[in-house]
Design a protein around this ligand. Structure first.
Ligand SMILES: C[S@@+](CC[C@H](N)C(=O)[O-])C[C@H]1O[C@@H](n2cnc3c(N)ncnc32)[C@H](O)[C@@H]1O
Length: 396
């Protein structure tokens, strides 16, 4: 397979993350051809897919388009898939899987269309006198992705395989952890300048503080994440991957790093966060503390303070939490004047207990829940804030 051939590339991300993904993709020098709720389309080769996989913090998958076509019935998908020269794309000794983002009136169960694509691939190998490659349902080995909406179908090579929204450092997930790509998007949404302090009380497994440290020091996910589906394709240029990783290592910044503090009331959480930070290579950039948020260390230099309290879906009792949210408001007023305060929550009723008017409400999703990142301007003395608009990602 020629890794330099340019085609369409769709970079996928979770709902409401696409503005941050777009920013990252553009910063890497790519023009956006199309933006949608769960990703962006650009032009690029498989070499570009390698770069995108290594560099993007907010993406879930990088998909390289093999063919885009009209399909009215499952048989149209089978017929087209059987014409693709799979034997030039991967060896019959590789395992492969098929995944889809298909919604079509002919499908009761989208697993059925995966099986049709699998049959087409196996029949193609057989017709060339080759053995049938093993297939499975997990994203190990080569991953084929089918998109099918209305009468438009597109077959992709998913070059990521296991989702790259997991950045690979969190071997200890902790209670109610935030997905790493979401935490990176939240740090981007705070518009933190990467020089002033970043304070993360209620840090849990440390995801927000770790993503902040990774961003400030220019460390990209590809330095940690190892297993990509593109490694299973014929013609995969291993030396190019090595060179790109060397470039990432060379781009790490260590001088004049900002103060980053992560604290939690549970000692176990702090130890987990420390271990996760060690895996991410940023333990030395974060100051860890076991503390109740009300007592946590707040430096005098103005910075960003981000709290992700429980919101009663998975942990914590609601009445206790009402008090916690009220105390977050008191903490902001009494101890955080001059800083920018943020609360990430999936419970908007609890958020009202904070008792301060947010200056921004930024929409996110976490674990299928409608969430907000609320920003509070913590002025010395009082100052009126106009009614904030909901900031929703474009297209919603
Ligand atoms: C939803 S979890 C945070 C998850 C975190 N963002 C992550 O990615 O792992 C909330 C955390 O707040 C901590 N917490 C609860 N009450 C606290 C308090 N009064 N002071 C400090 N931390 C507290 C809990 O121990 C828990 O780890």
């Amino acid at each position: 397979m020629d890794f330099s051939v340019v085609s369409d590339v769709v970079v996928a991300c979770p709902h409401r993350i696409s503005p941050y993904l777009k920013e990252e993709v553009e910063a890497l020098g790519y023009d956006i051809v199309e933006s949608f709720k769960t990703g962006v389309r650009i032009r690029g080769s498989l070499m570009d897919c390698i770069r995108l996989n290594l560099n993007l913090r907010t993406a879930t998958q990088v998909r390289y388009s093999l063919h885009s076509f009209r399909a009215e019935r499952p048989d149209d998908i089978y017929n087209l898939a059987a014409k693709i020269p799979w034997e030039e794309i991967f060896s019959p000794h590789e395992k492969f899987s098929v995944q889809n983002s298909a919604e079509h009136f002919t499908l009761n169960n989208t697993m059925f269309i995966n099986l049709r694509v699998k049959d087409a691939v196996a029949d193609r190998f057989r017709s060339k006198g080759l053995g049938r490659p093993d297939s499975g349902s997990d994203a190990a080995g080569v991953v084929i992705h089918l998109h099918w909406r209305d009468d438009h179908a597109e077959l992709f090579l998913d070059t990521s395989g296991s989702v790259i929204s997991r950045h690979g450092y969190r071997r200890i997930p902790g209670k109610a952890p935030m997905q790493e790509s979401l935490a990176a998007a939240v740090v981007m949404a705070t518009q933190w300048d990467r020089m002033s302090p970043f304070i993360n009380p209620m840090c849990g497994s440390g995801t927000l503080a770790i993503e902040a440290a990774l961003i400030a020091s220019g460390r990209k996910p590809g330095l940690i994440h190892r297993d990509y589906a593109f490694c299973h394709l014929l013609g995969y240029p291993a030396e190019f991957l090595d060179q790109e990783r060397e470039k990432l290592k060379g781009a790490i910044l260590e001088k004049e790093m900002p103060l980053i503090i992560a604290s939690d009331i549970r000692n176990g959480a702090v130890e987990d966060a420390r271990e996760n930070a060690r895996n991410a290579g940023v333990e030395h950039l974060i100051q860890f503390e076991c503390a109740d948020f009300r007592m946590s260390d707040i430096p005098p230099q103005a910075g960003v303070i981000v709290l992700n309290p429980e919101y009663g879906e998975r942990m914590g009792e609601l009445s206790e939490l009402e008090n916690t949210y009220k105390e977050i408001g008191d903490f902001f007023k009494k101890r955080c004047a001059g800083h920018k305060g943020f609360v990430f929550t999936g419970n908007l009723d609890l958020a009202k207990k904070i008792g301060l008017k947010p200056s921004r409400r930024i929409e996110f999703f976490s674990a299928q829940l409608d969430c907000r990142l609320l920003q509070f301007e913590l002025y010395q003395g009082s100052r009126k804030v106009k009614n904030p608009a909901e900031e929703s990602p474009s297209g919603e």
